[in-house]
Design a protein around this ligand. Structure first.
Ligand code: ZN
Ligand code: ZN
Length: 288
């Protein structure tokens, strides 16, 4: 499987990246059923635009939302419009076109009548509905099937298994551990751990345990942000400490706000973690 960085700017969209959004893809060549699978983790400001440069959003199989801060979910509102009013889906719904097509790469363009599963915190449907501003009688349920994360309960999307972990942030927030087929070693399964937004806590270490790739937020800097309350964000150093404590095999830092010094975040991490440390960038692909 591979991780495609759609957006990685922390807390708000930046000049060179949308806010948080990550595509986890299992290419058809690695999938037991020969079909490509596409799971989107988070969908912050600007993500829908960048996503369209990667794939048709109708080819998404599921979305997982870490929490309901706008920089992680707000473009689900745009996706609702994209799915509901896409001309091909309207034509399909009226019976004037085929309802489902297999794309050339084996992924599936969703049936016009299908709903897209969206996992998230317990109040996800209400929050997104309020943000969108639903009209009387309108329901996001026409496009989305909202489901609540339950810690310890694994959910399945094709060949991917996704386990949510509660993490340490001011709102109900989850990190997710995604296990699926390796694209590097045929027959093996590999694990990607994504922290969402969190400070150091037992949950994030457990989430990252022995992960092949830990995608960790590092919104804060040591020193500069020491006066801010704990329980909000990791620093580069604390992300490195999570990776070391968990035995993660590699670390990718993300959720860096526009005002951060990216190399300083990386230096903080490498001071406390011996494995490889990379910086997320929109469009960057990591193969596991
Ligand atoms: Zn955030
Ligand atoms: Zn947040």
């Amino acid at each position: 499987m591979r991780l495609v960085v759609v957006g990685c700017s922390g807390s708000f969209a930046g000049p060179d990246s949308p806010a948080s959004s990550y595509l986890v893809q299992v290419p058809g060549t690695d999938s037991p059923d020969g079909r490509e699978w596409n799971l989107l983790l988070d969908m912050g400001n600007g993500a829908l635009g960048a996503l369209q440069g990667i794939l048709d959003p109708r080819r998404l199989d599921a979305i997982g939302l870490s929490h309901l801060h706008p920089d992680h979910f707000v473009d689900v509102c745009g996706l609702y419009v994209y799915l509901k009013y896409h001309p091909d889906r309207l034509a399909a719904a009226s019976g004037t076109a085929a309802v489902a097509q297999a794309a050339t790469d084996g992924s599936v363009v969703q049936d016009a009548a299908a709903t897209l599963p969206v996992w998230g915190p317990s109040n996800t449907a209400e929050r997104i509905g309020a943000t969108y501003g639903l009209e009387a009688g309108e329901s996001l349920g026409s496009q989305f099937d909202f489901r609540a994360w339950v810690p310890g309960q694994v959910v399945t999307v094709g060949p991917l298994e996704i386990e949510p972990f509660r993490v340490y942030h001011p709102v109900e927030a989850y990190g997710v551990r995604v296990t699926g087929p390796s694209s590097l070693v045929p027959g093996e399964r590999v694990t990607l751990a994504y922290t969402g937004d969190t400070d150091f806590c037992d949950g994030v270490v457990e989430l990252a345990r022995d992960a092949d790739l830990l995608l960790a937020e590092a919104a804060f800097h040591e020193g500069r942000d020491d006066a801010v309350d704990r329980g909000i964000h990791l620093t580069g150093r604390r992300a490195g400490e999570v990776a070391t404590a968990a035995g993660a095999k590699r670390l990718v830092l993300t959720h860096l706000p526009a005002w951060n010094d990216k190399q300083a975040a990386r230096d903080e991490a490498t001071a406390v973690y011996d494995g490889p440390v990379d910086l997320a960038a929109t469009g960057r692909v990591f193969t596991l």
